[in-house]
Structures are given as C-alpha cells and as structure tokens.
Design a binder for this molecule. Sequence first.
Ligand code: PHE
Length: 510
Amino acid sequence: MEAEKIALSLDEVEKKVLVAVSSGSLDSSYLLKNLGLDRDSLMNASRRLLGKGLVRILTSINVEFGLTEAGKKYGKEGLPEQVLLSYLKANRKVEYKSLAQSVTLTQEEFSAAVGALRRINAIAIDGSAVKLLDEQPKDLLLKEELMKKAENGAELDESEQVKELLKRKLIEKIERVSETVEITDLGKEVMKTKDFSVRTVDKLTPEVIYNWKGVVFKEYNLNMDFPSPLSGRKNITKQFASIIREAMVSMGFQEMKSGYAESSFWNFDVMMFKQDHPDRDIQDTVHMGAGETIPPAGLLKSVKEVYESGFRSGSDDVSIGFRRGFDEEKSKALIMRGHTTATTFRYIYNVISKHKDQPAKFFSVDKAFRNETLDFKHLPELYQIEGVVYDDNLSLPDLIGYITEFYSKIGIKQIRLKPTYNPYTEPSLEIQAFSKQLNQWMEVGNSGIFRPETLRPFGITKNIIAWGFGMERMLMSLLGLTDIRQIYGAFADLDLLRNTPSSKILRGLD
Ligand code: PHE
C-alpha cells in the first residue's frame, strides 16, 4: 500500500533514475552521461528519491589529475625539452652560447629544458658544444603520455615523472566528489507496483486542462524531512539599532537622517572647530580627496563672522571670536562624516532655526567614519547614537537626566560622567560605562550644551543639549564582549552573530 502511494508520487525523472540504478549502483557521472539529464535535475531527482527512501547515495572523493594553465600551453606546443630536442635534431653541432637565442623558449624554460635533458642523459655539454646523445628519450615520451592522460582526467600512479610534472606545476591533483546511487529494497518494491508504470503529470498545462480525464497527477510529499538550512538574519548591530530607535521614540524623539559624505562646513566649521588646529584631529577624519559641496551662502557668511570676530549681545562681548581669517574654500572640502553631530546641525538649520518657538527632540542611529586603526575597542566605521533637545531653560541636569534615562532603558545601569572638552560644547560631559569583562571603565559617549557661538549664526539664543554615544561599545558592554571585532569583519564571532536574540541584547549578561 505504502509502495503504491510512493509510486504515484514519482515524476518521470525520478522514475528514469530509479530504473537506471535498479540493476546495480551507478555513479552520478555515469548517470549524467547516459540519462540525458543536466546535473541539477539529476541531483534533485536523486535527493527526492533519497527523501522517499528509495535510494541510498554514497559519496566518495576521487583524486584525479588535470593540466594546469602552463600544462595546457605545453600540451599544445610541446614541453620545453621537446622543443629543444627538436631543434637539436634539426641542427646538429650547436654552440651552447648561441643556443638560447636560437630556440623559441624563455630564459627560464630554456634552463629547465637543458636541465631536464641532461638529467636523463639525452644531451651532454662538451666544452662549448652541445651534443645530442639520445634522439628519442623514453622519459620524455612517458611525460608526454602522462600529460595526455592528465588532460583526460585520468588517475595516475605516483611515478618519478608524475612527481616531476607536479613539481613543475604542469599537472595538478583535483579532488572530485563522486556520488553513487544505489537502490533500496523499498525502491525495488515500488518499481514492482502497477502504479509505477502510470505516467504521472506534475505540471498543469493548457493541454492537461483540455484533456484532464484519465490524467494521474503526481502526489506531493508534504512530509518530507529536509535538514533545515542556515537562514540569514539581521546582524546584531541592526537589531540593536532597532531597539535603540524604539527607546528614543518612546522618549519622544524623532529620527533624523543625512548623508555619509559631508562637507567640512557641516562637520567642523559650523561647530566652531578652529581651521588648521589640532582640535580637528580629535575626529580622525577620512578625507575624500576630490569633490566639494557648497554650504548655504547666508549661513556661511554668519559662521565666518562669528568665527572671525565673535558677537555682542547688548553692550556685552559674548565672544571675541578667533580673530583670524576664515577660509571659505576649506569649508567646501568633502569628507566622510566624522560624527553625526553634522546631522544635528543640519537639523538645527533646517528645522529648529525655522521654528524657534517650538521645542524639538531629534535622534539618529547612524554611521560615522574615523581614520582609526582597528583594535579591540576602535572601529573605523561605527554607529553613533545622536540626540539633541531644544526647549526653554535647558541646563546640565536635563542633559544628565536624558543620559541616565537612556542608558538605563537600554540596560546599562553602571555609568559615570566626567567633565571633558569639546570645541563646540560647554560644559561637556564624557559618559563611561563599566565593563565587567575588561574590568575597566570605558568611554561610551560624549555630550554637552552647545556653545553660544555655534548657535548664533542660526539666531538661536536658547540652550540646546546634545550627545553622541558609540553603539558598538554599548553592545560590548551588554554582551560582555572583550573585543569589538567580534561583531564585524574577519574576526567576527559567527556563533555570537547567529545565536544572539534581541532579548539577550536587552537583558545583557545578567
Ligand atoms: N560628536 C561627539 C563625538 O563624536 C559627541 C557629541 C555630540 C558631543 C553632541 C557633544 C554634543 O564624540
């Protein structure tokens, strides 16, 4: 009964293969040649027969020989020693000195040919003359024969000549996996059923629809067991980025976006990074060499003014500026965005400065690029979590509040804040998280209140607080990683990437 059912589940290709192997096991290359099937159809049909228990598939590895590229060339032109030999046969009594120039061989081939012929005593060099001793050396004939055999993929015994040809990289060993298909008892039983000879149809074509009477449809086996393949999944950085987006949105922030390629204007000048000053080195910028973008003219003019001369408010000097020239050309240079604070300033310009009476909260989880050497805690390309808040009366406690709230939402409770320096914020706070695994505090972020000089060109007088956190370092801390390279690149820990669910990221190690 079972066998009958299986018989109806077979398509014509499966039956063809089963019939072919019914009288004895056959290897797949024989089947390929003789059944008129392409490799895929044969393999798929054999796999389906295997799944139904009608055949066994045995794999073995055979070592065959083949010609290398150089071997193929000599296969056509003859081995260098053959070329030399032919020349000597045609021109007896040759001067060794002129020989190299007379034959059509490279210097290297010539030396190899002379060496090979001397070794088998086919030639001798007598003073300056080259003497031919053996016109048809057996060794040479043998090698030529071996090359022919290798060309046809034969199996060769390890003779002296085979070793030499391998060493000279004229032939090579090729491992071929061969599969042998063998019928099982169930397979034999299925072949005996009367349904085995019923032609089944597995495709619904117009012809079948017109003439459906008497057609037997192939049965689908829905219970076939296949090993589940490794399926693709999001990298944990992407999963973590989603978690962060949710956290930021739940705190009332809106996402902002801007491009990876950025002008020095938005990356530096607008934040009052002094031009030609070591301050810019903090960023380890990746310069793009060519290309430029032009900042909005009005804004460029006001940034230049504040940069050069500062500004006054009423009778007070709020800032005296850098009191040196601002180079507009430098502003246009293209770089890879070194921090997402460039994005923040684009939003300050495009959104906040245009709606000054409205509070605003923006965030981004996006890439920043640093000309940094890869090590256990530095990446040249990293995700930054940027946040910016614009409202009345913001001050340091608000900044600290947002930072602690955010880190605790993500699951990092042990943080500390340390005063630090940024050209564009005052005061500035560095955020450190404790890594149990490394047993040390690690910088995980940086923040502050934007200096009035950076906001003056936008006509903004209220405080703006902002921060930038390194996302991969947070992941390190949450997952207890000791090396940031476990997440990306050649050292990536594939087990970690495949088997870390989002819940684990959030729960952390505890
Ligand atoms: N841009 C800073 C960095 O890359 C982070 C930061 C953002 C600091 C906003 C202050 C304000 O580290």
